[in-house]
Design a protein around this ligand. Sequence first.
Ligand code: ADP
Ligand code: MG
Length: 262
Amino acid sequence: MTMVKREEEMLVVSDLHVSFGERKVLDGISFEIRKNEICGLLGPNGSGKSTLLGAVAGVGKKDKGEVFAEGLALSATSRRAVARRVAVVPQQTVFTMPFTVLETVLMGRFPAVGRFGKISADDIETARRALKMVDLEGFDDRLVTELSGGESQRVAIARALAQETNILLLDEPASALDPRHALSVYGLLREKRREGSAILIALHDINSALQWCDRIFFLKNGRLFDVRKPEQVDTLLLAAIFDVSWTIYPLPDGGSVAFPRA
Ligand code: ADP
Ligand code: MG
C-alpha cells in the first residue's frame, strides 16, 4: 500500500507503534483525517498524544507503521517534502536562540523556499500575514527569548501557518492562551478547515474538543479506544478514558459541556 485511494483522505495513519524501552506507548494506531475536518486527539496525561503527533509529523520516534500525507508515504519522503505538507505546533514552545519574531516565523517558509533558495518579499509578506492572524502585529523585531508563554505559543502557531500546508498538527495549541486569543486561534483553525485543510489537535480538555472538533479520537493504553462525534460523547466513555465520574450538560444553543465530579 503506497497510494491512498480517496483524495479526501488527507492524512492516513496506519498501524503506528512506538515504544520507549519496555514500555509500549502506542500499540497499533490507525485513523484517517479528511479534507475539511478538525479532529481532536484526547487522552489523559501520558497517554501518548504528543508521541503520536511527533511520529505522524516525522519528527518523533516511530517503530512501526506508516503515515500518508496527501497520498505520499512519509517514510519514503524527504524531511523537506514532508514539511511542505505537514506543519506542527509543538506542545511547549520555549525559544532558546535569540532570533527575532519575524525571523522565527520565516523559518516556516524554508521548506517551500529550498536549501539554496532566497527568502523573497512574498515570503516576508506571508510571515507578516501569519503574525497578524495571531495578533502579533508589531512584534517583528522582538526577540523570541523575551516573550511570554502565550506570545511564544502564538509565534509557534504563526510559524506553522506560514508553512501554508494542507495538514496541520497542533499539540495543546491554546494551553498558554487567554480566552480571547484561544477563541481567535480556534477561529483560525475553522477558517483553515473551510479552505480544505485536515487538522489534528491533541487536547486533554474535553470541552475544547466538544466545542471545536468534528470527530474526537480517544486514546487509552496505547490504542484508539473510540472515535466519536461530539454529540455522541457520553459519561460512560469519559469515565473509561479519564478514570473519574462525569456530568454532561446540554447548552441552550446546541453542544454540551462536561464536568468531572468529585
Ligand atoms: P501525552 O502527550 O499524552 O501527555 P506523551 O506522548 O508526551 O503523553 O508521553 C507518553 C508516554 O511516553 C509518557 O509516559 C512519557 O513519559 C513517555 N515518553 C515520551 N517521550 C519519551 C522519551 N523520549 N523517552 C522515554 N519516554 C518517553
Ligand atoms: Mg502531550
